[in-house]
Design a protein around this ligand. Sequence first.
Ligand code: SF4
Ligand code: SF4
Length: 451
Amino acid sequence: MVSSKLAIALADEEDKLLACVHCGLCLEACPTYLHTGDENDSPRGRIYLMRAVEEGRLNPESNSFGAHINRCLGCRACEQACPAGVEYGQLLEAARSDLTKTERQRRGWTSRLIRFVLKHIWLHPARLRFAFTTTRVMRNIRLPKLLIRSKLARLISPRLEFALALLDSSRGDERRRDESVARPVSDSADSRALLFKGCVTEGLFARVNRACVRVLEANGCSVSSPKDQVCCGALHAHAGDLEGARTLARRNIDAFNDEAQAGIVTNAGGCGAMLLSYAHLLSDDAGYAERAREFAKRVRDISQQLAATGILEGASVSESVTTYDASCHLLYGQRASEAPLEMLGAIPDLKFVPLVGSEVCCGGAGVYNLLEPELSRRVLDEKLAHIKETGAQVLTTGNPGCHMQIGAGARLKGMEGVRVCHPVELLDESYERAGFYKSRSQESEARSQKG
Ligand code: SF4
Ligand code: SF4
């Protein structure tokens, strides 16, 4: 019964399965285990199930295997807690990849719709641009807000209501500011940065990408952004579509090929962790394996880039109490724990309050919030309770998925007064107040006076 593709895929990862010594030190770090209390919803339990499949003792098509694997957030907090160095994230991807094929018959409509969109829209840049343009128009005319306020969305489906709240929470100040950086940029190779824009960030949070460029330039970097870049593939990998993820990975490696020495800078924890994983994802691809390893070495988060070059201090921005929630993939995938806080530390007089449980997943996890709404909501409720305890009016986080998850939860729980934003947005505002930016007209005036 179990000569399945899943068993074969897991056999390829056998050394990682065998590395688990069942010590249980990961249990307390696992949000799903803490919420369900079921060992099968823990890293150790899931590894045990994978091993049973690999050894032919468990049918991978059994409901219990699929349910427990699908209930994993993929947050990778267990990797950090594990003394044996089990690379759980890669095991999960292998398990999900084949589960996707065996589960085809029993998927619900939400899952089918998401997989259809990932395959037929996300893999095609022109279609994706069109989809984001349409989505932005709906958001900007406040259609999601209207449907939520009228209770119509909830009447149709609570899942639809949450999806609309996710979209509504991405709204922000999208005005294009006609500003350039007053400080001259350096042209040395290690100060050159290639911005990875990310499909969701560019589609719904273009303001964050623009803030990144300004802040990097203010800190002496010269920034460009390859035009042929595509989605990083994280949503595909988390949904088990590893072939879709590989297709996107190859395109990105080609797109960022020109300036082999420049760092590849992201501002989204999910994208950054995915770009780093290209080395593993393409390790069996003769044409790309070496290039993927070189590519991964150049990837860094905006906070890590700034920590390396040094961060200029700006001016104070607001009286609001501010806190920070760590994106799991930024923290556990990219190992950026202190660097994002250093960005906030460069804002004088910021009233910063640490968030209890900042290192715990918010329950967003790609499309998990739509596929596993009940458990996702329980994880989110705990996060919102901690945010409330801080009394913060500003919540910063370095990933658009976390931004939307927390923003949506805050909207539906009546915490609309909490502003959610990226730490780089606050630093950008701080630089603007400090007068680091000047308008293009001021710049040309200064040039003509010099001339
Ligand atoms: S901490 Fe590591 S070795 Fe211990 S049970 Fe968890 S995954 Fe296995
Ligand atoms: S990835 Fe997160 S949810 Fe999944 S087993 Fe590890 S700690 Fe638990």
